[in-house]
Design a protein around this ligand. Structure first.
Ligand SMILES: [Zn+2]
Length: 707
């Protein structure tokens, strides 16, 4: 089973990215802006195929062709009629492909595509399993013969010329004397020979660097970037303000000329465009997938403010003064004036690239982050997907909780997120003595409710929450925010803001608490017993809350090891909904007060003792958490696939096309992504891949008679 981590199960979970409400509330102009930015993102995202592996563009072309001729259902019927069983249909791809309608229409081309990528796409040869340089793995950011030494040398060269690696790839050749020659190729619409003078043209030439020959060229992904630029031009007409226009103009310049400096200028306008209704970012952004870590993967996203959700969040902020009084600490421990934290939640319409994050913190240019700042955005509908799951994959819940959980998970999550971000992180005061010795609290009258005494400790000038609580600061604070969410969701006024009353409100509360308890168990995946440490602040926080609620006793929460129908270890969590107010609330109240008092007074020793005590994972009965951790790992769901919608222009109106959460829905969303130029794009991708194919062929692998 050593290969298990490289094999996706056939029944992998698929979820849809739901942005219907946010899209519905956009104005016609905002929709047009979002549409053209989405088109630009999808076109540019195709470059990722060329940035991944030599076979990736061919796999894409083959599958596109296959599903354009027949949808998944027709293809399945066809295969079953040919005598394949359901199981074989999933596994015998060659038979399916060569018998498909696409192959009947274009036998030579489909066969050739299959021959190019058929074996490679299933190969588990160690070098082909993961990204890496040379013999270490596979990448197309570098030609196949580049090693870490070559990558370092190229980086030194780029640094010496003040060129960014973000939009480049490196190709190595050997000349007649056996001397290496390097090509640094920039991504751009224009080629190296272009006559138009720009800041870039003077950089496109030969260089000698430490006795090595370097040639800087451009034009990588040119036909793809051409389409990106066309749609950015169209989007410009619907920009909401001049900053967005100038931002797009700079991105167009960047993709046309191959200039990262222009992209930085665009990013500067982007940072200044605060709180737009339609948010986006596009370019060569994240460098995680470059084995050397400096080349950016193309990514483009378009996200929208969910105006309905924002209105609810604003309502929460407007009621903050009143709601903060409900929190279980004396008024002196609350800020003199409520300051709403900087929190933006957006729903993603489009995210092209190799994956979709649940939040973004960009730009990545350090110089810009220092001088201009950055944006920190939570992507609400992506977060929701992470928690959504099919009924049969819903682990650790009682059967009769599952339907309720599925029904109310989304709404209760919205309530929890709003409370966590706004009143959780936004609440509580730190007691501070400034550099002149003045206190921001009354030393005479303020009493510590835990000890009944005056305040004994506080933050001195220069000390901060993070500097004092260091290693536990972020998880402790997340725990405080999560606890505020659980505590305040019991408040009828809060639930009314979100539109819930009566029995519905009770269900929202129950599912919110049940989810926290289950999350506390799932969190064990993020604990490393070998070093007794937690790897994720939010997960640790949820485990701590589970411990607090277990400690409350009286049958409020139970975690029971069981045996699954497959005979292997399993577990059940139960929450007694009749005891949430009578047992759960007082326990959470005591805990939350202690968290806040220790935080306000900067009592690091007390805070550590409390927090680390609850966060400790042992095999002590009755829960035996270390053993439960093995069960959690055993029952862990594979990472889900996400189906994204498309947008389509009909006359002057933009339609949102949504797809079902299934493999067929996922395929359909891809098939309808490029309705006009699908075949042209497949041609472009395979031509670009073929033009560079020699860089990844071992001489010994080349068929005889071929150069
Ligand atoms: Zn938080």
């Amino acid at each position: 089973m050593a290969d298990a981590q490289y094999i996706l199960p056939n029944d992998i979970g698929v979820s849809s990215l739901d942005c219907r409400e946010a899209f519905r509330l956009l104005s016609p102009t905002e929709r047009l802006y979002a549409h053209h930015l989405s088109r630009a993102a999808w076109y540019g995202g195709l470059a990722v195929l060329l940035q991944t592996s030599p076979e990736a563009p061919y796999i894409y072309a083959l599958l596109s062709r296959l599903f354009r001729a027949q949808d998944p259902d027709q293809l399945r019927q066809h295969a079953l009629a040919e005598g394949l069983t359901e199981e074989e249909y999933q596994e015998k791809l060659e038979h399916v492909i060569l018998g498909s309608k696409a192959a009947q229409q274009n036998p030579a081309e489909v066969r050739s595509l299959w021959q190019t990528c058929g074996e490679l796409m299933f190969s588990l040869e160690p070098r082909l399993r993961h990204l890496g340089l040379g013999k270490e793995g596979i990448t197309t950011y570098f030609s196949g013969d580049c090693t870490m030494e070559d990558a370092k040398l190229a980086q030194d060269f780029l640094d010496s010329q003040n060129l960014s690696a973000y939009n480049t790839r490196l190709f190595k050749d050997v000349d007649q004397d056996g001397k290496p020659r390097y090509e640094v190729r920039l991504a751009s619409v224009l080629g190296t020979e272009s006559a138009l003078h720009s800041e870039m043209t003077s950089r496109l030439k030969s260089y000698e660097f430490r006795g090595n020959h370097f040639q800087v060229t451009r034009g990588d992904y040119a036909p793809i970037l051409q389409k990106v630029v066309e749609h950015l031009e169209k989007a410009k007409a619907y920009a909401a303000n001049s900053r967005q226009e100038q931002m797009l103009a700079q991105y167009i310049e960047s993709f046309t000329q191959g200039s990262i400096e222009a992209h930085k200028r665009g990013s500067r306008f982007w940072i200044q465009d605060k709180g737009p209704i339609v948010e986006s970012y596009i370019g060569f952004i994240e460098s995680y997938r470059d084995p050397f870590g400096s080349r950016g993967e193309f990514e483009g996203f378009v996200a929208m403010v969910n105006k309905a959700m924002s209105a609810k969040f604003e309502c929460l902020v407007a009621s903050a003064e009143q709601l903060l009084k409900e929190l279980p600490w004396p008024p002196a421990f609350e800020k003199d004036k409520f300051l709403s934290p900087d929190f933006t939640s957006l729903d993603v319409l489009t995210f092209s690239g190799s994956g979709i994050p649940a939040g973004i913190n960009i730009p990545n240019y350090d110089d810009l982050r220092q001088t201009e700042g950055f944006k920190n955005v939570s992507l609400g509908n992506v977060l929701a997907v992470a928690y959504a799951t099919q009924r049969e994959k819903l682990t650790f819940l009682e059967e009769d909780d599952k339907d309720l959980y599925i029904r109310w998970k989304g709404p209760s999550f919205d309530v929890q997120v709003g409370l966590h971000e706004l009143l959780g992180h936004g609440s509580g005061k730190l007691f501070v003595q400034d550099e002149k010795g003045a206190f921001n609290f009354d030393q005479e009258t303020v009493i510590n409710p835990e000890t009944g005494e005056q305040i004994q400790s506080w933050y001195r000038s220069g000390e901060t929450w993070d500097s004092k609580f260091s290693t536990i600061a972020s998880s402790y604070e997340e725990c405080r925010a999560e606890s505020v969410g659980l505590y305040l969701c019991l408040n009828p006024q809060v639930l009314e803001i979100f539109g819930f009353e009566g029995a519905d409100a009770e269900d929202v509360i129950y599912v919110n608490w049940l989810n926290m308890v289950r999350a506390g168990l799932l969190a064990l995946e993020f604990y490393t017993p070998e070093v007794s440490s937690w790897r994720q602040a939010h997960m640790q926080a949820r485990f701590v809350i589970l411990r607090v609620l277990l400690e409350a006793g009286e049958g409020l929460v139970t975690v029971t090891p069981t045996t699954g129908t497959d005979g292997r270890p399993d577990a059940r969590v139960r929450l007694d909904r009749n005891k949430i107010r009578s047992v759960g609330k007082p326990a959470l109240e005591r805990f939350l007060r202690r968290l806040q008092v220790l935080k306000s007074t900067g009592d690091v020793a007390g805070g550590r003792a409390l927090y680390e005590g609850y966060a400790a994972v042992t095999d002590a009965p009755p829960e035996c958490f270390l053993t439960l951790r093995d069960t959690v790992l055993l029952r862990k769901e594979s990472r889900k696939l996400i189906v994204q919608p498309n947008t389509r222009l009909e006359g002057s109106e933009v339609q949102l096309l949504e797809y079902e959460a299934s493999a067929a829905g996922l395929i359909q969303s891809f098939s309808e992504r490029f309705p006009e130029d699908g075949p042209e794009l497949e041609e472009i991708l395979t031509q670009l891949a073929t033009a560079d194919a020699r860089f990844w062929k071992c001489p010994s692998e080349a068929p005889s008679g071929q150069a």
